[in-house]
Each structure stands twice: as structure tokens, then as C-alpha cells.
Design a protein around this ligand. Structure first.
Ligand code: NDP
Length: 454
């Protein structure tokens, strides 16, 4: 398998893919290791994650460079991702013992009762490339702390990072028969679905997630899905500083070249501030520097996958044909590297794919709305349910909108953020189950009920 740098289109490395035979061998290895690992005291398992936390800092230069080389995100954003991953580790390190401890329900009655949390067993962590550290640690860290063994399948586009993670976990004290990386493309992920695993934890597209849920249904094991979104952001006419809101919305739309599951994917603005918002938004979008992700001045690197360029160009063209005004970008990419200029489309409407299909790139549509009720109706017009953001001076007004969103997350005067202390979950086509917070610690264990007499 070739690892290609999306900025230069050069082959960085060639790596042997796992076959179904090597994947089965890795499964047998971790199946044997899992029960020994579960018997290791919880504090020792957490201590290994503390070592990993330290390595993410001491090795950060090498890790950030590799990440930027294989996925194309600006170098500073690779450092930000590593820092963000360490914050999540801090949460798990501090809180896991509390949420995994046995719970006495009654100690006084003739029959004493308690709940003990036991690991699931061997789980698959099939992961996406856009934030390999962040979406990875959401799963493999609480899984390992909970006493599970993990078969970790990084995306083919983040393979080198997956191998770094494996190496650092081993150096941190996680045994080789407890964590194994599976190298390969879709078929390697598919091979995991054929094994009798004890849980499937997937981060990626709706299409693949649905396929995985359907394919593993007969195994009757937990399946968790963190999928895509078409996340709306609504700007009410009472915002104090239109420029600051435009700046925040733009960053939410184009950070990591728009390749975030919770990126702002569509914007609605109340009519009396629409022009002021568009002016501020477009002026700032035009200042963004697209280019070499290793360069400190770069805001927008290449997108990670070549196919995405055609997809984005088609969305923009569809919007243009349906009456959208292209205010910046929108030009056919030329030259080496998978670059796409940040593109702002105004006069957008829901007849355009740009406003209804996940873009996953640095393109954004802005639509004018009359009032909160029209905004709510449009925000809800989607099969996805990941996040929704409202900007307003009034919490009461914003809350009335947030309550109507059928999404796992809502934001007031912020957007495109994830907190380790809060559950990360999607509704409808955005997913099933939650990671992070205590929900994301308990997701990797199963309760056993003890009824004790005598
Ligand atoms: P994909 O669904 O294309 O791939 C996800 C993973 O599944 C990859 O490791 C992929 O391997 C693997 N895979 C592909 N086919 C199969 C199969 N038949 N059986 C098992 N595994 C398979 O998603 P992307 O990696 O492109 O990620 C982008 C998507 O992820 C976006 O929709 C984004 O919104 C979503 N996402 C959601 C997040 C959330 O928390 N809700 C967070 C991050 C991203 P390979 O890549 O090697 O083909």
C-alpha cells in the first residue's frame, strides 16, 4: 500500500497490507492476551496511559510532522490535535477509576446487591483519517483502561500515524498481545467484521457505518458509530459583534480544510444582518492562505483524498447553477497537490447539494432567513444529527432553538468543538452510542449484577 503526501502527491512510503490470514493471527494473539490484561490492576492500566500521555508530548515534533505529511493538515493544527488528544487522556486518567469502580446498590438488606463493570473482550476500533489521534483516543484509550484488547484499524490515509500510536503504546507498557494495528484499506476493515469480536467501534462515513452495523448485527455485540454531519450554524440579528461571529463561523467551516465531523457545513443568517455578516465573512475568507501545510503562514492545506476535489467542485457547480453566488474560491484546482480554495456561496438554498449533503471540505453556503422559526425549519431539514450552533445575545432565544434540534450536541455562541467531559454522540444518520465523558468510559464495559446472600 502506498502512502501519498496530499501536498506533493509523492509516495512517502510503501507498506505491506494485512491479509485476512495475518488479521486472524492478530485476533488469536489478542484474544489470548485480553484475559491477562483484564487481570492487571486498574491503576497499572491507567499508569500505561499516563506514559502514553507523556510520549505524545516528548515525541510531538516527529508525530506532528508525520501527521501533516500523510493527511495534509497545517503543521500547527497537527500540534493542536496532539494537545487536544492529551486533554482527553487527562480526562480518562482522572475519571476512569471512579466510573469503573464496583457500585454497591444495597449492603443492608438480606440480599446484598452490587454492580461490577467487566470488559467487553476484544474490540475493533475502525477509525477515520481526519483526526486520527482525537477519534482514536476516544476509543482505544477507554477500551484499554477498561481491560479490553483492541484491534485498531487506522484509515489507509492515516496509516503511519496508526503505526506511531502502536509503537508508543508498546513503549508505554501496553503488551503486544493487547493492542494490534491492522494495516490496509476497506477490505482489511471488512475482514474484522468476519471475526467473532466482542464489539465494533467505528468512526467514519454514514455509508460505511451503516454497512458495518448491518454486517455485524447477527453477532449481537455492541456496535457504536460516530458518523458524519451537515451541521448548521444560525446567526440571530441580536449578536453583539457581527465581525467576531463571522470569524468564528469561518474558522468552524474551514479548520482542517473543513474535514471535521462537526465542521460548520451550512450557515443561516437573519435578514437584517445578512449583508453585514456576508461582507465580514467573505473579507476574512479572502485573507486565508492556502498552501504548503509545512509552512507556518498556511491556513488551509490540501484535502486528504484526491477524489474529494471532484466532489467539492461538483457541489459548487451545482450551487452556481441553482442561483448561488460564488463570493470567493470556486475555481478549478490546478497544479500539484490536492488543494481546494476556500469557497463561499451566498444566496444558498436547500435545492443545492451544498446545503444538504455533507461537503467535508473548505466550502460553505450561506442562506438568508426571516426569523427563528424559518431557521429552525431549515436547520432540521437533514437526515443527520451531530451538532447545531446558535449565535445570539439572548440565551433564552438561543435555548428555544437548541431545544428543537435533534442533535447529540448544541452550541450557544461557539461551534465546532468537542469536550472530553461531555458525551460525543450523533443522532439519526450521525451515529449510535456515545464516546467521551462517563458514557464513553462505560461504553467499553458491561455491567454484571451480583445478588449476594450469606
Ligand atoms: P470511511 O467510512 O470511508 O472510512 C472509515 C474507516 O472504515 C476507514 O478505516 C476505512 O478504511 C474503513 N472501511 C472502509 N470500508 C470498510 C468496510 N467495508 N468494512 C470495514 N471497514 C471499512 O470514512 P472516512 O475515513 O473517509 O472519514 C470521514 C467521515 O467520518 C466523514 O463522514 C466524517 O464526518 C466522519 N467522522 C465522524 C466523526 C464523529 O465523531 N462523528 C469524527 C471524524 C470523522 P480505509 O480508509 O482504509 O478505506
Amino acid at each position: 500500500m502506498q502512502i501519498i503526501n496530499p501536498a506533493t502527491e509523492e509516495v512517502i512510503e510503501e507498506i505491506a497490507e494485512d491479509s485476512s490470514e495475518t488479521i486472524s493471527k492478530k485476533f488469536e494473539l489478542v484474544k489470548d492476551g485480553q484475559s491477562e490484561w483484564a487481570a492487571v490492576p486498574l491503576e497499572k492500566r491507567i499508569a500505561c496511559i499516563e506514559n502514553f500521555y507523556a510520549f505524545l508530548d516528548t515525541e510531538k515534533d516527529k508525530l506532528a510532522e508525520t501527521l501533516t505529511m500523510e493527511v495534509g493538515k497545517p503543521l500547527q493544527q497537527s500540534y493542536n490535535e496532539l494537545n487536544g488528544a492529551r486533554k482527553r487522556l487527562e480526562y480518562f486518567i482522572k475519571n476512569s477509576a471512579k466510573w469503573l469502580a464496583e457500585e454497591w446498590i444495597t449492603e443492608e438488606d438480606a440480599t446484598r446487591e452490587k454492580i461490577v463493570y467487566e470488559p467487553l473482550g476484544v474490540i475493533a476500533n475502525i477509525s477515520a483519517w481526519n483526526y486520527p489521534y482525537l477519534v482514536g483516543v476516544n476509543v482505544f484509550v477507554p477500551a484499554l483502561i477498561g481491560g479490553n484488547a483492541v484491534l485498531y484499524k487506522p484509515s489507509e490515509y492515516a496509516t503511519l500515524t496508526g503505526l506511531h500510536i502502536q509503537q508508543l503504546l508498546y513503549r508505554s507498557g501496553i503488551p503486544e498481545n493487547v493492542f494490534q494495528v491492522i494495516i490496509g484499506k476497506g477490505p482489511a476493515g471488512q475482514a474484522l467484521l468476519e471475526l467473532p469480536l466482542n464489539g465494533y467501534f467505528f468512526t467514519g462515513s454514514y455509508r460505511t457505518g451503516k454497512y458495518i452495523a448491518e454486517h455485524t448485527a447477527s453477532q449481537l455485540v455492541p456496535v457504536q458509530l460516530e458518523l458524519g454531519g451537515k451541521d448548521p450554524l444560525y446567526v440571530m440579528d441580536d449578536v453583539v459583534d457581527v465581525h467576531a461571529v463571522a470569524e468564528a463561523a469561518l474558522e468552524g467551516a474551514v479548520y482542517n480544510a473543513g474535514q471535521s465531523c462537526c465542521a460548520v457545513e451550512r450557515i443561516y443568517v437573519q435578514e437584517n444582518i445578512y449583508d453585514a455578516f456576508v461582507d465580514a465573512f467573505v473579507a476574512q475568507a479572502k485573507k486565508l492562505v492556502t498552501g504548503n501545510p509545512m509552512d507556518k503562514k498556511t491556513d488551509i492545506g490540501p484535502v486528504s483524498r484526491k477524489e474529494q476535489l471532484k466532489f467539492l467542485a461538483e457541489q459548487v457547480e451545482d450551487a452556481r447553477q441553482k442561483g448561488g453566488t460564488i463570493m470567493s474560491g470556486g475555481v478549478e484546482p490546478k497544479g500539484t497537490g490536492y488543494y481546494f480554495e476556500p469557497t463561499v456561496v451566498t444566496n444558498a438554498n436547500h435545492g443545492m447539494k451544498l446545503m444538504t449533503d455533507e461537503s467535508f471540505g473548505p466550502v460553505i453556503g450561506i442562506q438568508k432567513v426571516k426569523d427563528d422559526s424559518e431557521a429552525v425549519q431549515l436547520m432540521k431539514d437533514t437526515p443527520y444529527g451531530l451538532t447545531a450552533a446558535v449565535y445570539s445575545k439572548s440565551f433564552e432565544r438561543a435555548e428555544a432553538v437548541m431545544k428543537q434540534m435533534n442533535t447529540g450536541t448544541v452550541y450557544w455562541n461557539c461551534c465546532d468543538r468537542v469536550s472530553a467531559g461531555l458525551p460525543w454522540s450523533g443522532r439519526k444518520n450521525s451515529g449510535l452510542g456515545a464516546t467521551l465523558s462517563y458514557h464513553g468510559i462505560r461504553a467499553f464495559v458491561q455491567p454484571k449484577a451480583y445478588h449476594l446472600r450469606g
